[in-house]
Design a protein around this ligand. Structure first.
Ligand code: V07
Length: 255
């Protein structure tokens, strides 16, 4: 085969994709899980069925990320803008955390996954908050993958919170304006204790950030796929890891 001079391409057609070695694993992968409604529409199903399938796929991808030994997986589950959706869709989405946790929390505990959340939880229904707080409590000592879920999260709101916190410290004479630097901001982000994302994945063909982790993504590699979130499988995840690894290798050659 004239084209098979590139060492990373399998010469032998019987070798599977699994033989391709992934040697560079990002510590922190962030995902915008888009396309649940479109996935359903394509099948003539209601949008909420797409969300339910998307929820089940969260568990699949958590398992994949865990086997690749990714350290942090941040998922954009509900944005501050999602409140503008039809009321019945919002109500359905608000029940998904309970639904997810009632089905999958026992597995996640066994798999040593630590659940964390970022965003304004106080605006969520009390029952949703309870289910989430219970999951945080039950997994707080786990040492495996950190599953960080963005719930009622918006990056601009996060920045507003950061600014308020800095203003308050100045008012209390704990800080002066000339002391403010990047670290002052980093320390106040919801993600202050986490490494910055190495890889951002967005599904469903949209090429924008939609108010997700604007500060934290400053140096992150981006990878986009047309696959809808419910159909985003280990195969696509691996494609994203391969693209990430190739970009890192190229840097390596130049530095
Ligand atoms: C939601 C499924 C994934 C696709 C995106 C929209 C719908 C899992 C959760 C979740 C949240 C908190 C938690 C555990 C699980 C979730 C919402 C929507 C609102 F502690 N999936 N998922 N929450 N979707």
């Amino acid at each position: 085969m004239a084209f098979n001079y590139w060492p990373f391409i399998n010469k032998n057609k019987t070798t599977t994709e699994k033989d391709t070695q992934i040697t560079v694993i990002p510590d922190h992968v962030a995902i915008i899980m888009d396309g649940n409604g479109r996935w359903a529409k394509q099948r003539g199903l209601p949008r909420i069925t797409g969300h339910k399938q998307g929820m089940d796929n969260v568990k699949q991808i958590v398992e994949v990320a865990n086997t690749y030994e990714v350290k942090v997986l941040t998922l954009y589950a509900f944005s501050t803008e999602n409140w503008k959706r039809p009321e019945q869709e919002v109500n359905f989405l608000m029940k998904l955390p309970q639904e997810f946790l009632s089905v999958y929390l026992p597995d996640l505990i066994k798999e040593n996954v630590k659940i964390e959340v970022i965003g304004h939880l106080e605006r969520l229904p009390k029952s949703t908050q309870k289910a989430i707080n219970n999951a945080l409590e039950k997994t707080k000592h786990n040492t495996g993958l950190i599953l960080n879920i963005a719930m009622n999260y918006g990056s601009r709101l996060e920045m507003v919170d950061v600014v308020k916190s800095i203003a308050e410290d100045i008012r209390l004479n704990k800080l002066t304006p000339d002391q403010i630097d990047e670290q002052t901001i980093n320390q106040r982000l919801y993600t202050s204790h986490l490494p910055e994302p190495d890889l951002l994945i967005r599904t469903s063909g949209e090429i924008r950030l939609s108010n997700f982790l604007l500060w934290q993504l400053a140096y992150t590699e981006f990878w986009f796929t047309d696959a809808y979130w419910p159909a985003f499988s280990e195969h696509e995840f691996k494609q994203a890891l391969l693209a990430y690894q190739q970009r890192k290798r190229r840097y390596g050659g130049l530095e």
